[in-house]
Design a protein around this ligand. Sequence first.
Ligand code: ZN
Length: 326
Amino acid sequence: MYYPVARPRRLRSSANMRRLVRENHLRVDDLIYPFFITGGRDVQQPVESMPGVYRFSTDRLLIQLKEVQSLGIPGILLFGIPDSKDAVGSGAYDANGIIQQAVRAIKDKFPELLVITDVCLCEYTDHGHCGIVHEGKVLNDPTLELLARTAVSHAQSGADIIAPSDMMDGRVRAIREALDEHGYADVPIMSYSVKYASAFYGPFREAADSAPQFGDRKTYQMDPPNLREALREVEQDITEGADMVIVKPAMAYMDVIAAVRENFDGPLAAYNVSGEYSMIKAAARLGWIDEQKTTMELLTGLKRAGADIIITYHAPDVVRWLKEDG
Ligand SMILES: [Zn+2]
């Protein structure tokens, strides 16, 4: 008769036994909750492809943030939807732009809440690209100055962390220098260092009204099959002054998260993007999966892969589920 020498099942025998030997945990401290802000007053428009996600006017957002604060979520990430767009995205660096006004209002009411601002031009340009366009090409170097101006205007409004998502080369250094020159040496940069040209952004583009009007973003966002390139992007951003790095999207890129974790000691965020959120919501609505269990399994998987921080639209639900589970 054969008896196993090792019996891993011994440590799975009860809920408390499993708790005792659990290796990774999702915590409220890990979460960042993204929001879409629009102009006007008393606006709360549902994003059809992202159930539970809305575009809020600033006054309505402030009401939401009371709940965010009471749930203990440490930070929010803001995306702006301006009233008007132009070729050079001037709404992005307007001192009275949608984000600048919103940040001032939020920091006035919720000084402790970490306000992270997305820095990019695509929500503000009429062509929907993340940089200045000339003869059908997205120009790198002339875009850097506008990104730096945007970052400084966010810091001037009170943003706690600047998050550039444009994927132009050299933008972290351009933003770091501009922040330092304007007296914001203490404002950290959380760079979207590894951002793939992904199909998982579909619902976000509806939410932020930021789909490119011609072509695609493949000349600046990363090619999905590449992994080693991600490590070069991270190294470059760290050298240029990034304090934290983001891998986006998360679910299809857990190997990338793990590889970045191996090579980089600083804080690493995974962006659980709109398409990942919407897939869970849609399947749960059809009754095909359990929303709570699949969401918790997926997000804990991001922690196991090596992420410290998770940017997710599920954030408030996660906190409620964590509290229920005691
Ligand atoms: Zn962009």
